[in-house]
Design a binder for this molecule. Structure first.
Ligand SMILES: [Zn+2]
Length: 76
């Protein structure tokens, strides 16, 4: 697991996030301005970052949780 640094495009606040994979596409919430984003990371590089509404953010979090649960079941 590695810690990726994410600079918020809105307030420039730098947040950290633990990534399990080299590639990550999913929700990110800035700890500073509480803005929600959909981010795409590759090799600890921020490839894209677009603002999301709270609704979209919640949906992504729920989808990701469902995927993680499936992954865990598959591994055990
Ligand atoms: Zn921010």
């Amino acid at each position: 697991m590695n810690m990726a640094r994410i600079t918020c495009p809105s307030c420039q606040g730098v947040g950290q996030m633990s990534l399990l994979d080299v590639y990550y596409r999913g929700p990110y919430r800035c700890w500073k301005c509480r803005e929600n984003f959909l981010i795409e990371m590759e090799d600890n590089d921020l490839k894209s970052c677009s603002p999301m509404s709270q609704e979209e953010f919640d949906r992504f979090v729920a989808e990701k949780a469902a995927r993680d649960r499936q992954k865990n079941i598959g591994m055990s």
